[in-house]
Design a protein around this ligand. Structure first.
Ligand code: ADP
Ligand code: RBF
Ligand code: MG
Length: 177
């Protein structure tokens, strides 16, 4: 059973936590297995200091002009071409709501810690290699294990609802991005 999320009326320190990173590829499981794509972010010192679990906030994508186009073999064996965000439309570069998972994905028993952002927006194309600025505004719950994939998907959808409901509030509207 997931614990209740006691989200305060306004963001409390250490939030907002603002960072910028580039997007890497993982196993490709988010979209193919769960139908919930996640933009994976390399773990750094400050992400490592956070409790593992599910967070929410805002993010903003940006073309990564420094990066040249490359093809990378993803964890599932598929080769993905990095477009570095060059295909993003103007509205896809707006500030968008997100949920973020940091940890070991107990359901998949990952050997490496991962940080992944699901953006609540339907994108026309992937954006591997682009830059992402994000502002974490709160914590929803710890990572859990599940007996079925459907139960994991259901909980992720509840996280998305909690995030969107909270981000509607005036006190959570400012992304600082
Ligand atoms: P991976 O394991 O490589 O992260 P995913 O299946 O999780 O594979 O897919 C992630 C990729 O899908 C992201 O890097 C991004 O380019 C793209 N993508 C498309 N829509 C979204 C979305 N709404 N949120 C996050 N990433 C998305
Ligand atoms: N994986 C887990 O094993 N347990 C979880 O409780 C869990 N919660 C998640 C919540 C959200 C909002 C998101 C975006 C992902 C979550 N994941 C969780 C990670 C999920 O397993 C991962 O995104 C896929 O394996 C694709 O990498
Ligand atoms: Mg992913």
């Amino acid at each position: 059973m997931r614990p209740a999320s006691n989200i305060p009326e306004t963001p409390q320190p250490p939030y907002p936590l603002i960072q910028k990173s580039h997007i890497v590829c993982g196993f490709g499981r988010g979209s193919s297995e769960l139908g919930i794509p996640t933009a994976n972010i390399p773990i750094n010192d400050s992400l490592n200091q956070l409790d593992t679990g599910i967070y929410f906030g805002w993010c903003k994508l940006e073309v990564n002009k420094e990066e040249c186009s490359k093809k990378v073999e993803r964890g599932d064996g598929n080769v993905v071409e990095f477009n570095n965000g060059s295909e993003l439309s103007a509205s896809e570069k707006d500030v968008l709501p997100m949920v973020m998972s940091i940890g070991w994905n107990p359901f998949y028993d990952n050997k490496e810690k991962a940080a992944e952002v699901h953006i609540m927006h339907k994108f026309q194309q992937n954006f591997y290699g682009s830059l992402i600025s994000y502002s974490i505004l709160g914590y929803i719950r710890p990572e859990l294990n599940y007996t079925t994939k459907e139960a994991l998907i259901e909980d992720i959808n509840l996280d998305i609802k909690i995030a969107l409901d909270t981000l509607k509030k005036e006190s959570y509207a400012n992304s600082d991005l």
